[in-house]
Design a protein around this ligand. Structure first.
Ligand code: IMP
Length: 430
């Protein structure tokens, strides 16, 4: 039995979609374990660009069964849009290929309205959420009044949706935000329930059975380690368990499958984040524009879900070491190395300075990074365009040195390097 976990080691947007796509070629199941349509995973196959928010990126491979795990929050409207998009691209999305956990939670328009109203109320202290209703849906889950996909099968589902909207309206009223009419929401969700029924299953049991039968399950994390509800830069985080151990609870798997699991930490060759929160190695002005791009290419640093420009900076080796520890990373996949081509020199944050001391570990986790000043090591850049390189030995020596230093800091070997958005633009370093 083989569990492979693909996890973001930064603040999300590491390029997990294309790494999942690479591993999915050899897998049987592709399973998302956290988050909802706040995620945006991009896979480029020839001239086709797939942007997936809910359905695991592995679905593009015909033999894969795609699973939406119990750790997820599901907006059925987005799900149907995505199913249509895939079908139009000739990809089969039948109940045999796509299975939704009966224990996953639903996102409704009331959650989205609450998300926006709560952000508006936070004012300057806002988190910069995606506005997709993620926080309020997980709040309902934690306070035990959430709606699960299994509830769609119950005869009184419409009443429950109505009660949920009425309850949300109480909070919206307090926040002086527009209230929702429960009737159209009930109607819409009644229709969604009819269409979703054939896809709802006990996916924990299905994955367990598959692993027992020797199948390979690829667990796809959304967001990144530094956005994890427990281990991220709290409170500037998302509301789910984004880390690799979250794959166990988010898919309903036991600890037995964790032994021998392959944990791939996906790391962008530089650092980015969207939304508010600390970012010690952030850069501005011309260098920021150089790393971010202008927005004219699909790979430029603009949010897949919201279109917001991403904040950019130098790679932070202290946070990477932390992420590798929390996830138990066994190997690294480095993405967007090609973007660094042409920079004369690169800065790599190898430690933090705090009150005259050098730190390479975070004494109090990642929540408050304000006391730390990054300490940089300067490395030579390379001029060569690396986008056509497919073998490690063909990478410029400076690029190899940069990747080697990342591996040292992280404490895990670099196995894959992506050098462009296309499926085949990968250097495999076995
Ligand atoms: P939420 O998940 O919409 O509640 O947003 C909480 C924080 O996580 C915000 O800073 C978002 O920008 C960030 N975030 C959520 N999803 C993603 C993602 O897929 N990539 C990068 N950042 C994300």
């Amino acid at each position: 039995m083989t569990l492979q976990v693909i996890v973001g080691a930064q603040w999300g947007d590491e390029g997990k979609g294309r790494i999942v796509d690479w591993f999915a070629a050899q897998a049987d199941f592709s399973a998302r374990y956290n988050g909802g349509d706040n995620a945006g995973h991009t896979v480029t196959v020839g001239s086709r660009i797939f942007k997936l928010h809910l359905i695991p990126s592995g679905i593009i491979h015909p033999r894969i069964v795609a699973i939406l795990g119990n750790g997820m929050v599901v907006n059925p409207g987005t799900l149907f849009e995505e199913m249509d998009m895939l079908r139009q691209a000739g990809i089969s999305v039948s109940p045999e290929r796509l299975r939704l956990s009966c224990a996953a939670h639903l996102i409704t328009p009331a959650h989205q309205a609450l998300d926006k109203a709560l952000e508006a109320e936070r004012g300057k202290g806002s988190i910069g959420t995606t506005g997709r209703g993620i926080g309020p849906a997980y709040t309902d889950k934690a306070t035990r009044r959430g709606l699960r996909l299994a509830d769609m099968l119950a005869p009184d589902f419409c009443d429950r949706i109505g009660d949920h909207v009425t309850e949300a309206n109480r909070t919206l009223r307090m926040l002086e935000a527009p209230e929702l009419d429960p009737e159209p929401v009930c109607e819409q969700y009644r229709e969604y329930a009819g269409r979703l029924k054939p896809f709802i299953a006990d996916t924990s049991l299905e994955l367990h059975t598959a692993l027992q039968a020797g199948k390979t399950v690829l667990a796809e994390g959304a967001q990144g380690t530094l956005l994890d509800i427990d281990f991220g830069t709290y409170p500037f985080v998302t509301s789910s368990s984004t880390t690799a151990p979250g794959a166990l609870t988010g898919l309903g798997l036991g600890l037995d499958v964790a032994c021998g699991a392959r944990v791939v930490g996906v790391v962008k060759a530089f650092q980015t984040r969207v939304g508010s929160g600390p970012f010690p190695t952030e850069v501005f002005d011309d260098l920021a524009l150089r790393l971010r791009g202008t927005g004219e290419h699909p790979w430029d640093e603009y949010g897949t879900t919201t279109g917001r420009p991403r904040r950019v900076g130098w790679l932070d080796g202290v946070l990477l070491k932390y992420a590798n520890r929390i996830n138990g990373v066994s190997e690294l996949a480095i993405t967007k190395l090609d973007i660094l081509s042409g920079l004369e020199s690169l800065q790599l944050c190898t430690a933090y300075r705090c009150e005259g001391k050098l730190l390479t570990d975070l004494p109090f986790g990642s929540a408050d990074l304000s006391p730390y000043e990054p300490v940089y090591e300067e490395l030579s850049g390379w001029r060569e365009d690396v986008s056509a390189v497919r073998r490690w030995e063909d990478l410029p020596s400076e690029a190899q040195a940069y990747l080697g230093r990342i591996a040292d800091l992280a404490g895990a070997p670099v196995r894959l390097v992506s050098v462009g958005p296309e499926r085949e633009q990968v250097v495999n370093h076995p």
